[in-house]
Design a protein around this ligand. Sequence first.
Ligand SMILES: [Mg+2]
Length: 161
Amino acid sequence: MFKNFHADAYFDDITKVSPEYLKEKGIGGIILDIDNTLIGHNVPIPDEKVLRHLRLFEESGLKLCVVSNNKYDRVKNFSEKIGVRFFVHEALKPKARGYDAAAKQMGLDKKNIAAIGDQVFTDVWGAKRAGCFAILTKPLHKGGEGFFIALKRILEKPFIK
Ligand SMILES: [Mg+2]
């Protein structure tokens, strides 16, 4: 069970994940987490650098799907703003349901999908359970997250290289 808490790969942030690296691994699509993966805390839209990187993924033929535990309006609006067509709301990560829905939208097998996120117990665990390639990034915003997220970060520590 604990093996599902270890990501397949670790990167500082999403812009460090190159399309070439993913394609070498047989990846055809990417599941994107929103908070602290694409944007910091209370920030409406990603940095220009992150947006450019998303376009680079697409130009390399990689499909993108936002998968979030957030409500429909937030996920839909956010996905539109960043120019990503596919999205899954109320995904209930780490349950597999959201990953299944994303795979269906992108028309890919889950083993050919990389899921990029910042949290071990939602993003990594969910991706591993679903059979996706799990990539853990450092959270874009540290601090100011409240007690429970701070606690979770401490519990995550043993599973992060
Ligand atoms: Mg997150």
